[in-house]
Design a protein around this ligand. Structure first.
Ligand code: F6R
Length: 606
């Protein structure tokens, strides 16, 4: 999704801004742009498509100026072209913006009435003109304050002023924004990751705050325009190196590194010498929690659903799950003895953050399960459980999904132990089995060749279905999501038992259907459902686990066997062939695997 960079330095900034924009490419975007102040002018260059196109532009290559802002845009208002790309400038103000201005139509009408002329179809352009309008009567601080007050919706802003070439203004409401500090230069960024190559000293803006970034100091202001002091955080490392290595795509690498990331997660939380789970400084007593609500979006929501099955099996807690975009607008009954768990790779997803904010305002217990520990969701939750996966670049989440479900499984086990709902010997056994998971994943990853040929059939089909029961149902949803987002093939995930209630009508001769039927407590029921779809002409790809017992069913089109382990852990292994199916299917179609169309890695608008 959109990303912002701003640099105020004593040397030319254009190249550094463009290089930093490349760090934001992983978020997903469709155009890019930069503006610097030089010789009393705003110089602006924008291009459709990749940052590479901006970099190749000869004007951008020769851009002067020691102060500037840059942006990668993911279209919300107006087509993804160079005119709508940011920055957007009036005669004296240039703005980059993440978020959505909900009252832009009304503001635009008002500004046109005042004689302002608009070039783009975006909501952002109104911000530049509104500041210009306010500057006619107010000083800089007051014009910013007044402008921010008039804006409805969410924003993170970077603003430069033609007549004040010594500072950048940053402002935040809803969308994250960070300030970074360097030697004789300071920075603005939509996340700390974008700034990491330049600094590890960061201050995060809170909602409503704005700042004035000069070369040698930064002033922070509250919504009311009062000066405030903010903490400078020193992040763990200046830059985490992450590249594709020998892989063609980040996604391929991220799939293959899952044994390592899962092993990291296990090592962080499991203490085998004491046969215990280390969750330090958990802020609540066990009696204070009698139910749990898990909230997330997309793949993270599937992790929540997965967790529900484990929590309900291992504990007596009541467990609810919710899609963040639904939770945030429903009339919820907030309960003091409920733990609200927010699951998010990026920790910046707008809907998930809004759901967290709602919980915070209702003073209930909040916990974040995140990958990015410096993220807004992590910072604003009462307690954080990091998933320790390292940077995930592929827009389609793979290793973060397994990382999320690992931590949620570990948490379910810990609750079961705390609440004495699992016998210690069973708990110990489950820990030992969990320890073997990285090796089992490694072996399961060898299914490669088989999947490559299977992918062709999916690519030729009009649509496909993914079926599973119990522990496999969330994985069926996740498999279908991966295939549709990467290969643009219609794919639906369903609980296998629901087929007769409608979806069976979709099955026709030759339709590929993935059936997840590991040898768990649901096995026999799922096999019956599989036979029903085979009888109606489906081409079934059965994914089960290795067993000495043959699968008793005729006419299975293809079968993939993952390694065997206890039924709690089979969902991890079943996920692997589904990730690979989506990957190879998109590879064969020649699609942009790491950046699927219309999607973004960090969904910072609702
Ligand atoms: C799908 C995918 C998305 C994300 C969703 C939430 O592969 O990655 O569905 O899971 O946008 O993102 P996070 O986890 O960053 O909150």
């Amino acid at each position: 999704m959109c990303g912002i960079i701003g640099i105020n330095s004593n040397k030319p900034v254009a190249t550094t801004i463009i290089n930093s924009l490349k760090k934001l490419e992983y978020r997903g975007y469709d155009s890019a742009g930069i503006a610097t102040l030089y010789n009393g002018l705003i110089n602006e260059v924008k291009s459709e498509g990749r940052v590479e196109n901006l970099e190749k532009n000869s004007i951008a290559q020769n851009m002067e100026g020691t102060i500037g802002i840059g942006h990668v845009r993911w279209a919300t208002h107006g087509l993804p072209n160079s005119i709508n790309a940011h920055p957007h400038s009036s005669q004296n103000v240039s703005v980059v913006h993440n978020g959505i201005i909900e009252n832009s139509t009304i503001l635009k009408k008002f500004l046109i009435g005042k004689g302002h002329v608009f070039k783009s179809q975006t909501d952002t352009e109104v911000i530049a003109h509104l500041i210009t309008e306010n500057l006619k009567t107010e000083n800089i601080i007051n014009s910013i304050k007044k402008t921010l007050k008039s804006l409805h919706g969410s924003f993170a802003l970077g603003i430069v002023f033609k007549d004040h070439p010594d500072f950048i203004v940053g402002a935040r409401r809803g969308s994250p924004l960070a300030v970074g500090y360097g030697p004789n230069e300071n920075y603005l960024g939509s996340d700390s990751y974008a700034l990491k190559s330049m600094t590890n000293k960061i201050t995060y803006l809170n909602d409503g705050e704005f700042c004035v970034i000069k070369r040698n100091n930064v002033d922070f202001f509250s919504e009311e325009g009062t000066r405030i002091n903010k903490k400078v955080l020193v992040l763990s490392s200046t830059e985490e190196k992450y590249d594709k290595g020998d892989y063609k795509h980040f996604m391929a690498k991220e799939i293959e590194e899952q044994p390592i990331t899962i092993s990291n997660g296990i090592n962080e939380y499991i203490d085998m010498s004491n046969r215990d789970i280390n969750i330090y400084n958990f802020p609540w007593k066990k009696k204070e929690i009698s139910s749990i609500t898990l909230i997330g979006c997309g793949t993270a929501y599937h992790s929540c659903l997965m967790a529900k099955y484990w929590f309900e099996k291992l504990t007596n807690l009541d467990v609810n799950i919710d899609i963040a975009s639904e939770f945030r607008y429903r009339k919820n009954r907030f309960k003091q003895d409920n733990l609200y768990i927010f699951v998010s790779q990026s920790g910046e997803t707008a809907d998930t953050y809004a759901a967290l904010d709602l919980c915070k305002n209702n003073n209930v217990k909040t916990c974040a399960v995140v990958n990015v520990v410096e993220s807004s969701i992590a910072r604003d939750s009462n307690f954080v459980l990091p998933i320790h996966c390292g940077v995930e670049i592929g827009v389609a989440s793979t290793k973060a999904f397994l990382g999320q479900i690992l931590i949620l499984y570990i948490l379910a086990l810990k609750f079961a132990l705390w609440r004495k709902e699992i016998e210690k010997k069973d708990f110990d056994k489950k820990l030992s089995e969990l320890k073997t998971l990285p090796k089992l994943l490694e072996k399961t990853l060898l299914v490669d060749n088989k999947i490559q040929t299977i992918a062709d059939t999916f690519n030729e089909a009009k649509g496909s279905m993914f079926l599973g029961r119990g522990f496999s149902y969330p994985i069926a949803l996740e498999g279908a999501l991966k295939l549709k987002e990467l290969s643009y093939i219609h794919a639906e995930g369903y609980p296998a038992g629901e087929m007769k209630h409608g979806p069976l009508a979709l099955i026709e001769e030759g339709m590929p259907v993935v059936v997840l039927a590991p040898r768990d407590s649901y096995y026999k029921k799922t096999i019956s459902n599989m036979q029903e779809v085979i009888a109606r002409g489906a081409k079934v790809l059965l994914i089960t686990n290795k067993s000495k017992d043959e699968v008793i069913s005729e006419n299975i089109w293809k079968k993939i066997e993952v390694e065997s382990t206890n039924e709690d852990l089979l969902p991890f292994l079943l996920t692997i062939p589904l990730q690979k199916l989506a990957y190879y299917s998109a590879l064969k179609k020649g699609y942009d695997i790491d950046k699927p169309r219309n999607l973004a890695k960090s969904v910072t608008v609702e």
